[in-house]
Structures are given as structure tokens and as C-alpha cells.
Design a protein around this ligand. Structure first.
Ligand code: HEM
Length: 272
């Protein structure tokens, strides 16, 4: 609770600064002074009329977006780097797909919705990472109407948890369930997604609103990182922690080498 309060205070201070900056930008006549590119915070601050948000609603929404949008995609991106480091064959297949589609060089403007939609193998890699290391382990629902499931009576008013991680790790729809195998998603895989055996983004009307954006982001992340550099782990013994999202305990320090021979190595740690 203390951490939440600190975050809420930080967000409150950022919102104040942001509101001041946005107001100045609006008044400014200088080029670039207009709000052509708005981030999520500016958008929320901009809501007018009867839908406008109170201070505490604004803070809560920012906090939700921070966890729902940032921690999840950062966790998936970290798991991707780890899996691609471990599975060099998968990495080679990604490189081949990029070469086949002329996307292996960093050419400005070549990543469009059309070119990204042709990356079937990379889409399968994203699906498999979200199956094996789902950023959100599970979610909750309130029971609106009593029901009986396999002999157990579940009364209205109860809170039920469903486990995304256990479901995806136990389903008999996935042979060799613990193996990282993107190929399992090639061909006709939609039938498996229709069932509730694969649900990294939850299910029903309250499933993830950022789902399509997250999948797109992870595809672009793979393309950009694979075509511009290679990477190695600095610590080989990776211990995972699963709360609040899966992340390596040591932050996964990596050494990146740019594909161009002229560039130097860069050492970074992921910030999940
Ligand atoms: C790999 C990335 C992501 C994963 C795995 C993920 C997963 C999930 C899951 C499992 C839920 C709960 C669904 C349920 O209750 O059944 C959820 C909800 C939500 N997600 Fe995501 N998410 C991701 C990225 C994002 C992004 C990028 C955004 C925003 C830009 C976002 C915004 C939200 C919001 C606002 C909710 C609450 C929806 C509601 O309660 O109606 N998520 N997400």
C-alpha cells in the first residue's frame, strides 16, 4: 500500500507538470508548440465536458496503464530476448523470414501494417512466448449467478480467480507443453485460440483492451532487435520471479553488439 501511495503521489506530480506544459504548448505560436503528438497522459487530461476525469480518476487510470500496458509488454519483450538467446534455430528462422520479405535491412518506413501482417513466423514466436511466459498469471471475476461446475456449487457474489499460466501449461492441446516451439502455431492454429486453452490476454468482455497494440509492438520489437544486433547474456544462470510479472531476478543484463562492424558493444539491463 505504501508503494501504491508513492506511485500515486509521483503520478499526481507528473500530471500537474504535464498539464502546465500542455497549456504552455497550446499557447505557444512556435513551430512544434502545438499538441500534434499526444501521449496517453495528455489525452486523459484533454477529456472535456461531462466525461472529464477527476484528479483521483486520472491518477488511478495512469497507474492502471502503467501496470497493464508497460509492465506486461516489458515482461514479454524480456522473455523474447531470453528465448531467442536460448533457441538459435528460432532466431535463424526469424532472420530467414526477414530476408525472404526484404525486411532484413533497417530501411526507414519499411515496417507498415501490410509488411508486418506478412510476418507469420514472427507472429508465431510472439504467440509462443505469451503461451510459455504469460505476463499476466491470471485474473478475477465476480460470480453474478450461482452455478455448479463438476459437482462444486459456486454461489453468486463469490470472487473467482482463473489461472492463465496453469491453463496454458496444462492444456493437452499443446504437445510437449513445456517446450518453446513457435512452429506449433503455424498452419491452422485458430481453433486452439478459440478455446479457452490459450488466453494470455484474458477472455470475454473484460479481456485486454491493449491486445492488438501489444502484439504489434512485440512484432516490431523482434524485427528491430533481430535485424540490428545480436546479444549475449552476461549472467548465464537466469532465475525467474513471477510477481508481479515474470522477470529475471537479476534484471537480465545483456551485451548487445550492433550488426554493423563499426559499432561498439552496449551493455544494458532490462527494466521490468
Ligand atoms: C503482452 C502484453 C499484454 C498482456 C499479456 C496483457 C494481458 C492482460 C490481461 C490478462 C488482462 C485481464 C483480462 C481479464 O480480466 O480477463 C488485461 C487487461 C487490461 N489490459 Fe492488457 N495486456 C497486455 C498489454 C496491454 C497494453 C499495451 C495495454 C494498454 C495500452 C493494456 C491495457 C489493459 C487494460 C486497460 C486492461 C483492463 C481491461 C478491463 O478491465 O476491461 N494491456 N491485459
Amino acid at each position: 500500500m505504501l508503494a501504491r501511495k508513492r506511485l500515486i503521489d509521483e503520478i499526481g506530480a507528473s500530471l500537474k507538470g504535464k498539464a502546465r506544459k500542455d497549456a504552455m504548448a497550446r499557447e505557444s505560436n512556435e513551430p512544434g508548440g502545438s499538441l500534434l503528438f499526444q501521449d496517453a497522459m495528455s489525452r486523459l487530461l484533454d477529456v472535456q465536458g461531462e466525461d472529464s476525469l477527476s484528479d483521483s480518476e486520472l491518477k488511478d487510470l495512469c497507474l492502471e496503464l502503467l501496470f497493464a500496458g508497460h509492465a506486461t509488454t516489458a515482461s514479454a519483450a524480456t522473455s523474447l530476448l531470453l528465448q531467442l538467446h536460448k533457441h538459435r534455430k528460432v532466431l535463424s528462422k526469424i532472420q530467414s523470414e526477414l530476408e525472404d520479405l526484404d525486411l532484413d535491412q533497417d530501411v526507414e518506413g519499411d515496417l507498415t501494417m501490410a509488411s508486418l501482417s506478412r510476418l507469420e513466423y514472427i507472429a508465431a514466436v510472439v504467440k509462443e512466448v505469451l503461451r510459455l511466459s504469460p505476463p499476466v498469471g491470471g485474473a478475477y471475476r465476480t460470480v453474478l449467478k450461482s452455478f455448479t461446475l463438476k459437482g462444486y456449487h459456486i454461489p453468486a457474489g463469490w470472487t473467482l480467480g482463473y489461472s492463465i499460466r496453469d491453463t496454458q501449461h496444462m492444456s493437452n492441446l499443446f504437445p510437449n507443453v513445456d517446450t518453446f516451439d513457435p512452429d506449433r502455431w503455424l498452419g491452422n492454429s485458430s481453433s486452439r485460440e478459440d478455446k479457452f486453452d490459450y488466453l494470455p490476454f484474458g477472455g470475454g468482455t473484460r479481456s485486454c483492451v491493449g491486445k492488438e497494440f501489444a502484439k504489434l509492438f512485440l512484432k516490431v520489437f523482434i524485427v528491430e532487435v533481430v535485424r540490428s544486433c545480436s546479444w549475449n547474456l552476461i549472467n548465464n544462470n537466469v532465475t525467474m520471479s513471477y510477481l508481479p510479472v515474470p522477470h529475471p531476478v537479476d534484471g537480465l543484463p545483456l551485451r548487445f553488439s550492433a550488426s554493423s562492424s563499426a559499432s561498439k558493444d552496449h551493455q544494458v539491463a532490462s527494466d521490468v
